[in-house]
Design a protein around this ligand. Structure first.
Ligand code: CA
Length: 220
């Protein structure tokens, strides 16, 4: 899952990036409102973490523009403790949630899972597809009676596929969802991940169309 982090304070940004990468999110970081709007022109993000007090263009302006364009990507606002009016304005402008600085990184991750889940039209915490049930809080996947724990990258791969059952995702599309701007990606990284996930949940769980990509079946 690819996340855009909009935050001008490097110390906060670095802590968030570390926590998100450990949790298998691909993170792109921009430091001002204009750069945020440029990044958001690519509709490839599963969530946006948006600071409000930003150089060049205020976070609320970025949010207003985003929603005016009809983009529905979940937005979590990051605000200072004393800025209650900003939080209300942000929610009214179309933000999905907010966290108050200094925030707990585990809480931020839980809130992200919640907004991403709701975005997928799914209220339940498990992402299910026929016999497969993936738990985004624990990276555990259950198939029939078997429970397997996935690595963060394996989780990111399977999660991307389960969000689009019946749709082939190409190597480039998977890389885009699993890796951020500054991460080096080996040319066979996706094959390696597919192989290790299949080894855990069964080779038939993920289909391959040679040269086109991979998918999970739409549930019957
Ligand atoms: Ca700021």
């Amino acid at each position: 899952m690819r996340i855009l982090l909009v935050e001008d304070q490097a110390m906060i940004a670095e802590a968030v990036i570390t926590a998100l990468r450990d949790a298998a999110y691909a993170v792109d970081w921009v430091r001002d409102g204009i750069a945020a709007e440029a990044a958001l022109a690519q509709p490839e993000y599963q969530a946006v973490l948006l600071d409000l007090g930003l150089p060049r263009r205020d976070g609320l302006e970025v949010l207003r523009t985003l929603r005016k364009q009809g983009q529905t990507v979940p937005v979590i606002i990051i605000t200072a403790r004393d800025a209650i009016e900003d939080r209300i304005a942000g929610l009214d402008l179309g933000a999905d949630d907010y966290v108050v600085k200094p925030f707990d990184l585990h809480e931020l991750l839980a809130r992200m899972r919640a907004v991403i889940r709701r975005q997928g039209g799914q209220g339940a915490p498990l992402l299910s597809n026929g016999r497969l049930h993936l738990n985004p809080a624990t990276y555990e996947v259950q198939r029939d009676a078997q429970l397997h724990r996935l690595s963060p990258r394996e989780f990111a791969l399977l999660h991307a596929l389960l969000l689009h059952p019946g749709t082939l995702l190409s190597r480039a599309e998977l890389e885009e969802r699993i890796y951020g701007w500054n991460e080096e990606v080996d040319s066979n990284a996706i094959d390696f991940l597919i192989h290790s996930v299949r080894r855990k949940i069964g080779a038939d769980a993920i289909k391959n169309v040679r040269g086109a990509g991979w998918m999970v079946d739409r549930p019957l």
